[in-house]
Design a binder for this molecule. Structure first.
Ligand SMILES: [Mn+2]
Length: 365
């Protein structure tokens, strides 16, 4: 018995909305979903679980038709579908009385029920969200029936306002498998009886790493699971270390190389770390031209020689400013920022006033 376990597809979501990528990403979510269904033509599975949040918001009727069409192309696969907190069953939701294809079982109430998978000895227990939040622990007391065959719980939630549960309770509740949804990071719990496939495509900048779905088999009471990356792209965090002799061109070359190595389709979040020369200013916009670089964070600090500066400026505001910080043993991050931003500003003002003074001097001469 083979199955695919999907969750949190979020059709209709627009990651990177407002940028040129927004429309592309919206389409890619649909494309990837379609690709997963089409993969079943070549490598058939008996069961497909979609554990909530297939849609990012209330589905449109035409969207349900598209999804149902795709399901109708895999008539030998039983599809189990629940609504999650994002696509919850509103009173007038098109989900409510949609005429699904014969191979689709949609759980249309918040109350738990059990559905048998056609001729197969497979029993699936699930429900849908009828509201945005369900703080009750609905899954704590769910137990499988006694019929011979496989008993699977399809569940959505796991945080405080979305059906909190303890995975250990779920894993030992007697189900052959618990197909989870809601948490967007893929995770197989110890024992391998409960798992989140994660979101099919990464939906925002915090969802870095690989995204896709789970494929599994049931054999002699054992579940075997494997994760299949399927997303068109990933968010990749890259950090570039900076030293005093690091130049802009140097940074650009290193980033170019990294993007080539990790794939130019991916979306890059770049952070610059380390100590730069005090007179260097990096230009993030030039790094952003090198590919899908969507964010550059400059956390570098100027490499001031604090001792030397303190001596040179002793008796002035700059000198006392440095001294006040150097008295402390360990600076917090905020203090460190205050020291470097403050010092940069003071030195700039100092330079400016010196220049003004020099100009005046020259004029006076
Ligand atoms: Mn959810």
């Amino acid at each position: 018995m083979k199955f695919i376990h999907l969750a949190d597809v979020h059709l209709g979501a627009v990651p990177e909305r407002g940028s040129a990528l927004g429309e592309v990403r919206e389409g890619e979510i649909w494309k990837t979903f379609r690709r997963v269904i089409e993969s079943i033509h070549d490598d058939p599975v008996d069961l497909l679980f979609i554990a909530g949040d297939l849609f990012h918001r209330q589905p449109l009727l035409k969207e349900l038709r598209e999804v149902n069409y795709l399901f109708s192309t895999i008539p030998s696969t039983m599809v189990f579908l629940m609504a999650g907190n994002h696509d919850y069953l509103k009173k007038n939701s098109f989900y409510r009385d949609y005429p699904w294809a014969e191979n689709v079982i949609f759980f249309d109430e918040e109350e738990m029920s059990c559905a048998k998978a056609g001729d197969l000895d497979v029993y699936v227990y699930s429900h849908s969200y009828e509201r945005k939040e369900i703080p009750e622990r609905l899954y704590d007391r769910v137990r499988p029936g006694n019929e011979p065959g496989l008993h699977i719980l399809m569940a959505h939630g796991g945080d405080q306002s979305h059906i909190p549960f303890d995975y250990r309770t779920l894993s030992t509740s007697g189900f052959d498998y618990v197909a989870l949804g809601h948490i967007h990071k893929p995770q197989i719990f110890p024992g391998g009886r409960a798992a989140y496939p994660g979101s099919l495509e990464p939906l925002d900048r915090n969802e870095d790493g690989s995204h896709g779905y789970l494929k599994g088999t049931f054999e002699n009471g054992e579940v075997k699971l494997s994760f299949f990356p399927a997303a068109c792209r990933s968010y990749v965090n890259v950090s570039l270390n900076v030293k005093e002799d690091t130049t802009q061109f140097d940074l650009e070359d290193r980033l170019k190389e990294l993007i080539l190595e990790k794939g130019k389709n991916n979306l890059y979040l770049v952070s610059l770390k380390g100590r730069r020369s005090p007179d260097t200013v990096f230009l993030p916009e030039r790094l952003m031209e090198l590919g899908n670089v969507i964010e550059v964070r400059d956390d570098t600090r100027p490499a001031f020689q604090l001792g030397e500066l303190e001596r040179r400026y002793s008796g002035t505001l700059v000198g006392s400013y440095i001294a006040a910080f150097r008295e402390k043993e360990n600076l917090t991050e905020v203090e460190e920022k205050a020291l470097y931003y403050g010092l940069t500003a003071l030195l700039e003002t100092n330079n400016v006033s010196q220049k003004i003074a020099n100009t005046k001097l020259r004029k006076d001469q």
